[in-house]
Design a protein around this ligand. Structure first.
Ligand code: A2P
Length: 213
């Protein structure tokens, strides 16, 4: 194996800069606090925990996540399809180490994951790989920052959870608006899927780089 091949990372992505990580974590904690206080959430609590009578500690349910980031390409040290091609892409090489702003437009929660939706700019989309899972939706629709997972959930679950929500919305499902607050519109899509569309998107400065683990 050549030097180049052995240099492929676990994944490429945008890594949220330090002060914004803290802000994002507190936004997530407040979001969970708001949810559990809502009658509509409590009514559907068995979505999260079958035997829950009326209470669930969402802070317990979701575990803290390390370094917050938006994965662009999961390379698995070169084992993943298209890893080498991605690393050699001109846009990827040129943007490596560059800082840009990520626009977080919504927060979502499912019984499995807690994440933030990232709306990519045209320039950021240049770093988004063609992705079979995004068939039928626009490229970049699954861009997200995982904020937390529930116990025993696969670390790759947030993308599929977000895509399910995107597909529901694309099919014209509007969900049930549960709260209209300063933060934004909170909508319930069934099966424990909640979305808070942020009135003011949260901008997080992030560095495009890679992680070796
Ligand atoms: P995500 O980007 O949705 O948070 P791990 O935590 O297993 O080391 O994975 C590192 C990152 O790569 C995580 O951010 C994770 O998900 C993403 N990831 C893990 N496995 C896969 C996979 N098979 N396909 C795509 N992304 C993955």
């Amino acid at each position: 194996t050549s030097l180049e091949e052995t240099s492929l990372p676990l994944f490429f992505g945008w890594f949220v800069c330090h002060p914004f990580q803290e802000n994002l974590r507190s936004i997530a904690v407040n979001f969970l606090k708001t949810l559990v206080s809502l009658e509509a959430f409590r009514k559907n609590i068995t979505d999260f925990k079958e035997d829950a009578e009326k209470d669930i500690d969402l802070k317990e349910h979701f575990h803290d996540k390390g370094m917050l980031h938006c994965t662009t390409k999961f390379c698995e040290y070169g084992k993943a399809d298209g890893a080498k091609e991605y690393a050699e892409n001109q846009a990827v090489k040129e943007s490596y180490g560059c800082v840009s702003q990520l626009t977080l437009s919504a927060l979502f929660v499912t019984p499995r994951t807690l994440g933030a939706t990232v709306t990519l700019t045209e320039e950021q989309l240049q770093l988004w790989p063609a992705n079979a899972e995004e068939e039928g939706v626009s490229q970049g629709s699954s861009a997200h920052i995982t904020l937390s997972y529930a116990e025993g959930v696969d670390p790759l679950q947030t993308g599929p959870d977000l895509l399910e929500l995107v597909r529901l919305q694309q099919q014209g499902q509007e969900g049930e608006t549960v709260q209209d607050s300063e933060l934004g519109l909170l909508t319930y899509f069934g099966k424990g899927m909640w979305v808070l569309g942020l009135r003011e998107p949260f901008l997080a400065t992030a560095c495009f780089s890679s992680f070796y683990g």
